[in-house]
Structures are given as C-alpha cells and as structure tokens.
Ligand binder design. Structure first.
Ligand SMILES: NC(=O)c1ccc[n+]([C@@H]2O[C@H](COP(=O)([O-])OP(=O)(O)OC[C@H]3O[C@@H](n4cnc5c(N)ncnc54)[C@H](OP(=O)(O)O)[C@@H]3O)[C@@H](O)[C@H]2O)c1
Length: 317
C-alpha cells in the first residue's frame, strides 16, 4: 500500500481506506465484516471510516467495529486512523440531527462509547446544516479537538462557500481542518468544479466516498441486478431506479476499456481516481474479502495514456 500526505498536514493516509457504511451492521455477517477489516489492515489499509448512523441499525457498525478492534487490533491503535461523523438523523427529538453543539457533543460521546475508543483520529461534521449557525458547528469541532476527543477535524458534503468560511474560522483559531470528504467517481464529477480547487488552495486533504458509485462502476450490474447486491437489498442506498439503460451503456463501454488495460472495471475506476494527485485517499466499501482484494489490485496500475483518458471522457459525455 502506498500513502499520501493529507493536504499540507504531516498525516499520511493509505491510497485506499475502508468504509463501514454498509456491510458492517447487525444485519450483516460479523465474521465477514471481521475478516474484511483484518485483511485490509494486514495489507496496509490503516484508515477505517465510520459514522454514528452506520448500520443498520444505526450505531451497530461502530459497535461491531469496537468488538473487532478490542479482540484483534487494540495493540495496533497507534497504527490506525479511525474516523467518525455526526450530522444526519441519529435519534428522535430536536437534538439528534444537524450541526448543533448539543448534538455533536452528545454524538461523539456515544460513538466513543460504542467503539470503546479513547479518541477518534478524525471527527467530521457529516453535512452542512443551514439551520445551525456555522460558527456553532465549527466552534464545537474545535472544542472536540481541544478536549482530546479527536485529533483532527473533517467536513463532509459542505457547499464550497460554506467550506471556505469554515476553513477560515478554523485557521483564525489555529486549529487544523484536515480533510474534506465528498462523493466523487467516474459517474459523479461535481467536486471538480469548485471543491477540489478550493481544497487545494487551503491545503486540505480530499478523501473520496462512493468511488465505485455503490457498485455501479464494477462488473456486477452489467447483466441485471444480482441477488444480495446493494441494489437488491431493502436497506441498501443504491436504488434499482439508479440502474438506467444509459448507465448500463456507459459502464459496458468502460468495462471494455478496463479489460483492454488488463483490469476489472472496479480496478480501473479506482485507478482513475488515484491518478489524480488532488485525491488523498479513496474510501471503498466492500461486501467480501474478494472485493477487497480486487480493489487493492486497483492501486497497482494507476497510470493512463492520453488516449485512454480521452476515451473515458468520450464514453461519459
Ligand atoms: N460522508 C458521507 O456522507 C458518506 C456517504 C457515503 C459513503 N461514505 C463513506 O464511503 C464509504 C464507501 O462508500 P460506498 O460503500 O458507497 O463505496 P463504493 O466502493 O462506491 O461501493 C461499495 C459497494 O460496491 C460493490 N463493490 C465494491 N468493490 C467491488 C468489486 N471489486 N467488485 C464488485 N462489486 C464491488 C459492493 O456492493 P455489494 O454490497 O452489492 O456487493 C460494495 O458494497 C462508506 O463505507 C463510508 O465510509 C461517506
């Protein structure tokens, strides 16, 4: 595994990180979850990405990670970067959602308890909350760092103008915003316009989520929707309606190019992201050790010829 410095910081992250949004909840097979985490770590994936609401049920991914950590990884704590987040609906009532001080402080305390950790390496505001003054959210993140509950701050899915304001607020207090997390993949290019240049200007790391468009950028949906796939699961966030003939046409052509490069579509899709220096790390989600291995292979060959890049743009236009 290779590592990249996270923006202007001294922290290095692995090219691939493992996310626990799906496949690590109580509805999933614990031994598969455990194997994926351990195999990932053995191969240099030092970063695991959580959030308060990952499951289902919400919170169970943190609890399950905590069990695996306690049983197998506790002596490796200083070799690990573990993140969590708060921002989306987690519990009933007015204090279980958004960006208020009340919610963020309560949530990180709950997340630490569920995982059994003393601190998170990175704690994110999971989304911008227009109903909470930005100062309140950012001051709370700063206080979380000052209290030693997290080492670094991250933001996820903030509009560019709000991210810029937040970076300025943190800089004014000499507290580092380490990293920005957003969706970015061959089928979703939005961050290229504003966020990636902004992060570069402010020296932020950029970590990608849903790099395979939740599985669309693999060979699994080329011939229908397999049983047990995310799109077939009632609790999956990928909807059948997302798998349109237009998407199938694009991924079929991308798959042909991947095969010509000697890669699977998943490998090529990850390689395309890692080919960009603005990308610090890519958070993958896997439902088996086999997928994990395939995705790790994608880090081995990340160069593209000019002709290949032009063909990709032509397929996607
Ligand atoms: N900040 C945020 O708001 C936010 C939002 C979303 C995600 N995230 C983070 O990003 C992580 C990754 O997101 P994601 O799960 O959407 O990532 P993804 O890598 O785009 O999708 C993962 C899914 O793709 C399929 N897959 C992965 N590798 C494969 C392979 N080699 N061959 C065939 N299929 C493969 C699997 O689907 P099947 O399950 O169908 O096998 C897997 O569950 C999350 O776990 C979370 O940590 C953050």
């Amino acid at each position: 595994m290779n590592y990249r410095f996270c923006g202007n910081s001294g922290l290095q992250l692995p090219l691939l990180s493992l996310g626990l949004w799906h496949n690590f909840g109580d509805v999933d097979d614990f031994s598969v979850a455990s194997n994926m985490i351990l195999r990932a770590f053995e191969q240099g994936i030092t970063h695991f990405d959580l959030a308060n609401n990952y499951g289902p049920p919400p919170g169970s991914a943190e609890t399950n990670f905590g069990k695996i950590f306690k049983a197998q990884l506790v002596h490796h704590r200083d070799e690990l970067i573990i993140s969590s987040k708060a921002g989306h609906l987690m519990w009933e009532g007015p204090y279980g959602d958004g960006g208020s001080r009340k919610y963020l402080m309560a949530s990180i305390n709950q997340s630490l308890k569920r995982t059994g950790l003393d601190y998170f390496d990175i704690f994110y505001s999971h989304r911008y909350d227009a109903q909470t003054p930005l100062e309140e959210t950012i001051q709370t993140l700063i206080d979380i760092v000052k209290q030693g509950k997290a080492l670094y701050i991250g933001l996820s899915k903030y509009p560019a103008d709000k991210a810029r304001e937040a970076y300025e607020m943190m800089q004014a207090q000499q507290v580092r915003c380490l990293i920005y997390q957003d969706k970015y993949n061959l089928l979703h290019r939005k961050p290229e316009a504003e966020l990636m240049p902004l992060n570069d200007t402010y020296g932020m790391g950029f970590i990608v989520f849903s790099p395979l468009a939740q599985g669309l950028l693999t060979n699994k949906y080329l011939h229908g929707i397999p049983e047990n796939s995310r799109a077939a699961k009632s609790h999956g966030f990928l909807q059948r309606a997302d798998i349109t003939p237009e998407v199938i046409h694009k991924i079929t052509r991308l798959n042909e190019l991947a095969l010509q490069r000697g890669q699977t579509l998943a490998e090529m899709s990850l390689a395309w992201l890692l080919n960009k220096q603005a990308v610090t790390s890519v958070i993958i989600g896997t439902s088996s050790v086999k997928q994990l291995q395939d995705n790790i292979a994608g880090t081995q060959f990340i160069d593209f010829t000019r002709d290949e890049l032009i063909r990709i743009e032509d397929i996607l236009k």
